[in-house]
Structure formats: structure tokens, C-alpha cells
Design a protein around this ligand. Structure first.
Ligand code: ADP
Length: 476
């Protein structure tokens, strides 16, 4: 067997374990990049948006309940909201005077600063949607503060104004804490990812490495190689497939060896005979016409046998290579069967064989006549070869609605159940074959190849000790 030639693309030169490891590490890095981006870069932005949303939601809740609640209930609601959202709440009347204030924050921008509240009221009235949202630096603490303002009641003719104020606690310190934590987590996890992925990738690649080694053994022609697919399902499937391929290769290998042995044996016998009889004519019977003719007859028969064998080998190789095309013609099947049976007349008379033919009504069929002739010939030939002591062979034509069934029956030993699958195989030959009629061990393989090419059904029924019936059906 030829060594396997390996063709690698640039990409396929990277081992699987390294690839898995690379993907895993890349994935981990990606996760960390995202984490760092969100936690460090976008944190401030995110925090501000959350705060603004918190303030506008709170304002909406307070504004919605303003008219419906009495002052005690309103105070309770505002206290709750202010506490939950870290807010200063200021309610102004329509002139901008403070009528209510709630202070949760230590540092409140609007609380008790009448002048500034008037400015905000003006800003709310001037703004298009009567809402203001500002980020203002608190001059006292230097912190950024969020200021949110809106109208209460009808926005065109407001009953009053609502101002909310919340401190935007600088996230810088939080970021640096998170950064430190993240650095430790990142370092730990990268090391962990590195180790885990290394371990994982090895585990995944190991069965494949093992199977590859076994496959190399198989490629060297060792058909006893075991494929170990432990690990995971795909490895097991691969190992099973290779085990199956190994069995098939081994079978074909044995068959091929058998064929060479059979063919060379079959060629040697006629060749030895040819040489022996030619020498006999030269040395002994050359001058004796009767003896000479006898010897010449044997030489002619053996030559026929040789050429039949060579023809079979050539036919089969042509059929199997797909180079043979069908040449369908129309002909009467009954007369064709009679004609083929007629060809066995010589041997039947000489050796006492009896071929019974049960024809049905003549039916025209359309197929490659030369090849179907060969099928029928091979089946009758085998029946004669393998029939029992009574030397009877039965050929039947049975017309059906969808074609013509042809059966060839003998009274021989029959074929064992497990052999039936094998007899149509190329190179298969039972050990106890008789050699009375020319046969090459390829007869049934040719039958199978021709019938498959036509798309016809075929098969064999056999009872041990009673005989076999080979059949095929010519489709209408
Ligand atoms: P050959 O007859 O030359 O050995 P074939 O391909 O025609 O080769 O047949 C293959 C094998 O199938 C035979 O060796 C024989 O074992 C079996 N076989 C074929 N025809 C019959 C039959 N009619 N009865 C019993 N066995 C048969």
C-alpha cells in the first residue's frame, strides 16, 4: 500500500490543541476588554444617565400625585422618593416662592436660596417643553450637581414648580477601586484561562492524536490496528468509521490476493497443458495424425479457456470502470433463452447434463442484448458447474405485468446463508468449486455489474442440500 501523501494548507498547519487554546484565550481577552470598557471608560457616562433618569422619574411621580394628595401624604411620598434617590426637593409656588422643601443631601444647591430659584423658574418657563436638566458645579464643594426642574399642573399655566437636585458623586474614586479589583481579577482569570484552556485543548486533541497514530499504522498496511475513540462522541464516531474502513480494506486486500492467486493458478494450468501438449506433438505425435489431432484439440480447448478467462477479467474491469455504455436493442426473450441454452448442447450431450427450459409466451424486451446474454450464459454455466449428481438444470421464463422474470435453478448443494452476500463479490470463490465448464471466479461479479447497470433486480434463493435458484428481472 502506498504511503499517504499529506497536503497541508497554511491554516491546517496549526495543531488543533493550539487553535482551541488560542480561541479560548482570545475569548477571555475579549471578555476582559468589554468589562474594562464598561467598568472604567463608560462608568461615568452611565452613572450620569442613570441619575438623570432617576430624577426625571421622581419628578414625574411627584408631579402626578401633587394634586391628589394632602400635604401630609405628599410630604411622606416626597421624603421616600428623596431618600431613595438621594435628592433635594423644592416646590415653588407660581411666583417662584419656596412652599416646600425636603433636604436629604448635605450639600443642596437650591435649598433656601431664593434668588437662584427665581432664575430656575424663569428658565423652566422659557424652555420649550418646560423642563430643565442641568449639570452644575457646586461652588462650595466643587462637586457636579444635577438640577432637574419642571412645572406642576398645567405646563402653560403652572400652579407651581418642582426642582430636584442631586449630587453627582465623582466616580473617579470608585473607578480606581474597581480598576484595582479588576486588575487582580484579570490577572487571576487570565492565568486560570491559560491553564484551563491548555488542559482542555489537550484533552480534546488527545483522542485525535491517538487515532491519527493508529491510522498511520493502518496506512502502512497493518490491518490489526485498534482505534481508541475514548473521550467524546465525535472521537468515537471517527474511531468506529476507521474500524469499519479497516475491515473493508482488509477484506478487499484479502480478495485481491485471492484473485491473484486464483487467476495465476488458473492461468498456469492451461499454460502447462499447452506447453505439455505442444511438446508432445513435437516429440511424439507429430507423425501420428490421430494422436496429433487429439492433442491439438486439447490445445484449442485450453486456449479457449484462457481467452475466456482473460475476456472475463477485461469485461469486468470495463464494466466497473464505468466506461461500458449500454446499447439497448429490442429482441424476443424466449428465442434468446433457447438460443443460449442451445450453446450448451455440446457439453450437455457429452457430459450428460439436462437443461430444461420452461418458456412463457414470447415477449419483446429492450436491453443490451450482448450483456444480458452474458448474464444468462454465466448463470446457466454456474448451474451446470454446481448442480447435483442428477445433472439437472431448470431455466424458466415468467412473464409479469412489469417485466420478465428469468430463473435458473440447479439441484446442487446450495449456498450457505452467510455466503449468499459474498458470492456476487468480485474475487469471491468457494473453495470446493468444480471445474468442468470454463469458469473464472468472476462470473457472478459480471452478472451483478451488468444487472446493476441496467437497474434490474436480481437475487438467489437457496436451500442447503437441495439447490439454488438464481433470478433476475428484465424491466418492461
Ligand atoms: P466461479 O463459479 O468461477 O467460481 P462465480 O463468480 O460464477 O465464479 O461464482 C462465485 C461463487 O459463487 C462460486 O465459487 C460458488 O461458490 C458460488 N456459486 C455460484 N453459482 C452457484 C450455484 N449455482 N450453486 C452453488 N454455488 C454457486
Amino acid at each position: 500500500m502506498k504511503p499517504i501523501k499529506r497536503i497541508h494548507s497554511a491554516n491546517s498547519r496549526i495543531p488543533l490543541k493550539f487553535k482551541i487554546w488560542m480561541y479560548f484565550v482570545a475569548f477571555t481577552i475579549m471578555v476582559f476588554v468589554l468589562l474594562w470598557l464598561f467598568q472604567i471608560l463608560f462608568l461615568e457616562n452611565f452613572y450620569e444617565r442613570m441619575k438623570t433618569k432617576g430624577a426625571s422619574d421622581s419628578a414625574a411621580t411627584i408631579a402626578a400625585s401633587y394634586d391628589d394628595l394632602d400635604s401630609e401624604e405628599l410630604d411622606e411620598l416626597i421624603s421616600k422618593i428623596a431618600l431613595e434617590n438621594d435628592l433635594c426637593v423644592e416646590i415653588l409656588d407660581r411666583y417662584g416662592r419656596s412652599v416646600y422643601s425636603k433636604k436629604v443631601l448635605g450639600d443642596c444647591l437650591i435649598h433656601g436660596r431664593e434668588n437662584s430659584t427665581y432664575i430656575y423658574v424663569r428658565m423652566i418657563s422659557d424652555s420649550e417643553d418646560h423642563i430643565i436638566k442641568y449639570k452644575i458645579k457646586n461652588p462650595r464643594s466643587n462637586y457636579d450637581m444635577l438640577l432637574y426642574g419642571c412645572t406642576l399642573g398645567d405646563s402653560e399655566n403652572p400652579e407651581g414648580y418642582l426642582l430636584l437636585n442631586s449630587a453627582l458623586v465623582p466616580v473617579g474614586s470608585t473607578v480606581s477601586i474597581i480598576k484595582r479589583q479588576l486588575m487582580i481579577i484579570t490577572a487571576l482569570l487570565i492565568v486560570a484561562a491559560f491553564i484551563i484552556s491548555l488542559f482542555l485543548s489537550r484533552r480534546i486533541a488527545r483522542p485525535i492524536d491517538r487515532i491519527t497514530k493508529s491510522a498511520e499504522e493502518l496506512a502502512k498496511g497493518n490491518f490489526n490496528t485498534k482505534f481508541d475513540g475514548r473521550g467524546y462522541l465525535e472521537a468515537k464516531q471517527l474511531a468506529d468509521t476507521l474500524t469499519y474502513a479497516e475491515k473493508e480494506l482488509s477484506r478487499v486486500d484479502t480478495m485481491q490476493r485471492d484473485l491473484i492467486a486464483n487467476v495465476s493458478h488458473d492461468l498456469r494450468t492451461p499454460l502447462t497443458m499447452l506447453k505439455a501438449y505442444a511438446e508432445m506433438i513435437r516429440d511424439l505425435s507429430g507423425d501420428n495424425p490421430k494422436k496429433r489431432n487429439e492433442h491439438l484439440e486439447i490445445i484449442i480447448n485450453e486456449t479457449d479457456r484462457l481467452s475466456a478467462m482473460v475476456n472475463d477479467i477485461l469485461d469486468l474491469s470495463k464494466l466497473e470502470s464505468g466506461r461500458q455504455k449500454l446499447e439497448p436493442t429490442e429482441f424476443g426473450i424466449s428465442s434468446k433463452l433457447s438460443e443460449i441454452i442451445g450453446r450448451f448442447k455440446g457439453i450437455s450431450e457429452k457430459m450428460g447434463y439436462n437443461i430444461h427450459f420452461a418458456p412463457d409466451e414470447e415477449r419483446m424486451v429492450r436491453c443490451d442484448v450482448v450483456k444480458i446474454e452474458q448474464v444468462i450464459y454465466n448463470l446457466i454455466n454456474n448451474a451446470i458447474n454446481y448442480t447435483g449428481e442428477d445433472k439437472q438444470v431448470y431455466v424458466r421464463q415468467i412473464n409479469c405485468s412489469d417485466g420478465v422474470l428469468i430463473e435458473v435453478e440447479d439441484t446442487g448443494d446450495g449456498i450457505e446463508e452467510d455466503k449468499i452476500k459474498l458470492i456476487f463479490d468480485k474475487y469471491y470463490r468457494s473453495e470446493n468449486h468444480k471445474r468442468e465448464v470454463i469458469g473464472t471466479g468472476l462470473g457472478l461479479s459480471i452478472v451483478k455489474a451488468v444487472l446493476k447497470l441496467h437497474g434490474y433486480d436480481y437475487g438467489v434463493r437457496s436451500t442447503l442440500g437441495k439447490g439454488s435458484t438464481f433470478w433476475f428481472k428484465i424491466n418492461a
